[in-house]
Ligand binder design. Structure first.
Ligand code: FES
Length: 126
């Protein structure tokens, strides 16, 4: 078990777990959008995070590609934590604005948001 725990800790450290200020989850379909649309959005998200300096430093964002966020329409669906901001229609064309305005400047894009679920500090106590 100690070897397994060590391996897990090494894997987490390798991807920077413990340093992130935000987590962005993007659904790449296939129900809310086509796999092609989802993959294009994912590739753009990866590139934009890197270009805007969000893969390290004080605004470091963790990104995850997921197979479903249980919304299943008008995707690609994207959620940003800890603020719990849910976006619809996050195609590759929209990703650069999302990264700049929400992730760099801290200004969510209200016209693309369909739900909110901020995580509270009470969750840290459990
Ligand atoms: S397939 Fe994207 S939210 Fe379900």
């Amino acid at each position: 078990m100690p070897d397994k725990l060590y391996a897990l800790q090494q894997a987490a450290e390798k991807v920077g777990v413990g340093k992130y200020t935000r987590h962005v989850l993007l659904c790449t379909g296939p129900t809310c959008c086509s796999n092609q649309q989802g993959q294009a959005a994912w590739e753009t998200l990866k590139l934009q995070l890197k270009e805007r300096g969000l893969t390290s430093g004080e605004q470091q964002c963790f990104r995850s590609k997921v197979g479903c966020l249980r919304i299943c329409e008008d995707g690609p669906t994207l959620v940003v934590y800890p603020d719990g901001t849910w976006y619809s229609g996050m195609t590759a064309e929209r990703i650069p604005r999302l990264v700049q305005e929400h992730l760099v400047e801290g200004r969510p894009i209200h016209e693309w948001i369909f739900a909110r679920n901020p995580l509270t500090h009470e969750a840290d106590q459990q």
